[in-house]
Design a protein around this ligand. Structure first.
Ligand SMILES: Cc1cc2nc3c(=O)[nH]c(=O)nc-3n(C[C@H](O)[C@H](O)[C@H](O)COP(=O)(O)OP(=O)(O)OC[C@H]3O[C@@H](n4cnc5c(N)ncnc54)[C@H](O)[C@@H]3O)c2cc1C
Length: 472
């Protein structure tokens, strides 16, 4: 894979159209002691090593033994994320995906031809254990599963390379939570293993599908119907928004025939893309969405035509289960937004450290005052340390246990607050990076184009800040 350069060329010279070279007045040697001046750009960087805050934050949340276990893995993932994964993400971002709706015989195959880099990145992070470790009871001996702050750190590193990856990860985490909490033993037995698998061949990717054209906030207006057919449920209807749209399993809502109006009549179902005999299960992809935001993860519209679904828990509690799933997906969405913020910061800080104007490095210029806090390593360390501690506390309270081992009293509020605090500010973090990097408004190769777009829609994906839908 060729190295991607964000600068005009080798320091000191730039190729000139038609031959020759311009002397380069823009780039200079970084000043000694400049923390970010050692890098060329926000790619080709070990994201764990380049982050002066992450380890101290983790020290505040994990005991030495767990951190010891994690350190090598964090280093390995930080290195992969900053190199191969972020390079692959650049190529996906430029290429987009293609829907192949019918095969040559006219059969509906609804296949998304994804850019191979997207699949490689997806498989790499799932194989690495980012979801599997959340389910592996024996992983850390007496600790059981990997603690949430640790998984958060892994997800945060991945989010810097390709924020899109945080979407399938969050969907898998949410599905695990719902299956574990609400599904019967048969469903758990059948689907949990594949959702958390670290083997690509056995794995099932998941989509969480609630939004219909009648409303994403107003979920109570859902029109998809579930019809009882002996022991089976058959679902028919149209879903307007599904991220990870080519997933092997969708978690969705439908109204059992004769069910009550509004959210009270909605049941939750898991619907595999293929039936047990391998035949298609009546799920078509009508079209892919032309999104402003994250390009990596394909998002589209679904048509369910008598698709066989498996009822999760109580048929009158579907909306509550979906809200619970949203609490989990929102948490991980918030972590993805932290990754976007960090990447934007890194790109701006590196650029400012290398850029020379008015005879000095841009990181010292008063005209860049709004970015001083952004580029000064000491300010950075203090500010981010404090901020992440606060966010970490909030997120940990939202999702995991407190330090004394107790569960937070009201698990629903934290993730919503965390998502509000993180997903929404992500666009604001990318925003100040833009004038630092793009004085002429040229996003190509700057490294912030994708984080900036991802940050803008990060909040929209999860619906209303106050919680999706009211209980009507
Ligand atoms: C990138 C992306 C990915 C997505 N992926 C998925 C997915 O995987 N699965 C899925 O189910 N959905 C997905 N969605 C859809 C998303 O959940 C909905 O867009 C969202 O819930 C809003 O619903 P809506 O689009 O119908 O807008 P509306 O519900 O019509 O809302 C439009 C605007 O009105 C505001 N609004 C609505 N009701 C109220 C109210 N009562 N009070 C105040 N303001 C209100 C909303 O905040 C919003 O700003 C995705 C969306 C995006 C952008």
């Amino acid at each position: 894979m060729s190295e991607v350069s964000t600068g005009p060329g080798e320091a000191g010279v730039r190729p000139r159209p038609g031959g020759g070279q311009y002397p380069d007045y823009r780039l200079g040697e970084p000043e000694s002691g400049s923390f970010y001046g050692r890098y060329e750009s926000g790619r080709g960087v070990d994201y764990y090593e380049a982050d002066p805050n992450l380890r101290p934050v983790l020290e505040g949340h994990l005991d030495g033994e767990t951190l010891g276990w994690a350190e090598e893995r964090l280093g390995a993932l930080g290195e992969r994320a900053g190199h191969e994964i972020s390079h692959r993400a650049d190529a996906t971002d430029e290429a987009n995906h293609q829907l192949v709706r019918y095969d040559r015989f006219g059969r509906d195959i609804s296949e998304v031809r994804c850019h191979p880099n997207w699949k490689s990145n997806l498989n790499e992070v799932f194989d690495f254990g980012l979801v599997g470790w959340n389910h592996d009871e024996g992983l850390l001996g007496r600790y059981g599963r990997a603690p949430v702050p640790l998984l958060t750190a892994f997800d945060y590193l991945v989010g810097q390379a390709e924020a899109s990856l945080c979407c399938p990860l969050e969907l898998a985490h949410g599905t695990v939570a719902v299956l574990e909490k609400f599904a019967g033993p048969d469903l758990r037995e059948r689907f949990l293993g594949p959702v958390v698998s670290t083997e690509a061949a056995d794995r099932m990717q998941v989509a969480q599908v609630a939004t219909e054209v009648t409303g994403g906030s107003d979920v109570g207006s859902t029109r998809t119907v579930a019809r009882r057919d002996g022991e089976r449920w058959l679902l028919s209807g149209e879903k307007w928004f599904a991220s990870n749209v080519d997933a092997d399993l969708i978690v969705t809502l439908a109204r059992p025939e004769g069910g009550a109006e509004g959210t009270r009549g909605l049941a939750m179902f898991v619907v595999p893309r293929r039936r047990e005999d391998g035949e298609p299960n009546g799920i078509s992809i009508r079209r892919l969405k032309d999104k402003i935001g994250t390009i990596g993860v394909p998002t589209g519209e679904l048509i369910l035509s008598e698709a066989e679904g498996f009822l999760v828990g109580d048929p009158q509690e579907g909306f509550r289960y979906m809200a619970e799933m949203l609490n989990h997906t929102r948490y991980w969405n918030a972590v993805g937004s932290l990754g976007i913020m960090r990447r934007s910061y890194l790109e701006a800080a590196v650029y400012a450290a290398r850029r020379r104007s008015f005879g000095t490095s841009s990181e010292h210029l008063p005209a860049r005052a709004p970015h001083r806090a952004l580029v000064d390593p000491d300010t950075d360390r203090l500010h981010k340390h404090h901020d992440r501690h606060r966010a970490g506390r909030q997120l940990r309270g939202a999702r995991g246990r407190r330090r004394d081992g107790s569960r937070p009293r009201c698990p629903g509020r934290g993730p919503r607050a965390a998502r509000r605090r993180r997903a929404l500010p992500a666009d604001r973090a990318a925003e100040p990076a833009l004038p630092t990097l793009l004085p002429r408004g040229l996003p190509g190769g700057s490294g912030v184009g994708s984080p900036e777009r991802g940050g803008r829609v990060g909040g929209a994906r999860e619906g209303l800040p106050i919680g999706r839908g009211s209980d009507r």
